[in-house]
Design a protein around this ligand. Structure first.
Ligand code: NI
Length: 230
């Protein structure tokens, strides 16, 4: 499942982040790539332990912990501390798949990557190219979102970032381990969750709808119980 989560950050948070990111010292992004993806990767990153990365990473995690759409779609067990990258001057990232296991360099964090996330800090009008292209069963999805918005996609997908030919593309990227490992099962639970919410909203004060919603909520939790890994 590929899903956009709008307004993860407020305009003020994005502006604050941009101030820190524009002043930060960026290093070659090959540092966090695996052997094979290092050959495809050409971008800049913030060092994981840099104060700006730490501060902004905490800001993102705090925002996500209160975002109902994110929580329903991802069912997160553990989120990797957000990293930050910057593409300019023709930089790109060729087709690759993200590593299955991510170990943090300095923190005691090791996760299985079920879902990959990219949170945008630069507006689409600020740069040309820099599209995140994700290959899924429907073909290639091209993603370029407004600042403060985030895309989630299965970490099993092949993906690439097209060359940035004008301006700079600044994003945060990270992974998470979900309580539901399988993307198809997670999508089913998300659909069921949305349907239950819609039932409650659209058929308010209808006793039959209320009873159905209770029953379906039971089905949701019982499926979750069957499939959850913690
Ligand atoms: Ni990747």
């Amino acid at each position: 499942m590929l899903i956009a989560i709008p307004d993860v950050l407020t305009a003020e948070q994005v502006a604050h982040a941009r101030k820190l990111l524009d002043a930060a010292d960026w290093v070659d992004g090959k540092g966090t790539a695996g052997y094979q993806s290092a050959r495809a990767k050409d971008n800049m990153q913030l060092p994981e332990e840099s104060p700006a990365a730490r501060e902004l990473g905490e800001m993102i995690l705090a925002a996500l912990s209160k975002n109902p759409l994110f929580l329903a779609a991802a069912l997160p067990l553990q989120i990797f501390p957000p990293l930050f990258n910057r593409y300019s001057g023709g930089q790109s990232f060729g087709t690759h798949v993200d590593n299955a296991i991510r170990q943090h360099r300095t923190l005691p964090v090791r996760i299985r990557t079920d879902i990959s996330a990219t949170l945008f800090f630069a507006g689409p009008e600020e740069y040309d190219g820099g599209e995140l292209c994700i290959e899924d069963t429907y073909g290639v999805q091209r993603v370029k979102l407004p600042p403060g918005h985030m895309v989630l996609y299965p970490s099993t997908s092949l993906h690439h970032v097209t060359p940035v030919t004008r301006g700079a593309r600044v994003c945060s990227f990270f992974w998470l381990q979900s309580m539901i490992r399988d993307d198809a099962k997670r999508s089913l639970l998300f659909d069921l969750d949305l349907s239950i919410q819609r039932l409650g909203r659209d058929l308010k004060n209808n006793p039959v709808a209320d009873q159905t919603a209770v029953q379906l909520t039971g089905v949701y939790h019982n499926l979750l119980r069957q499939w959850v890994e913690m």
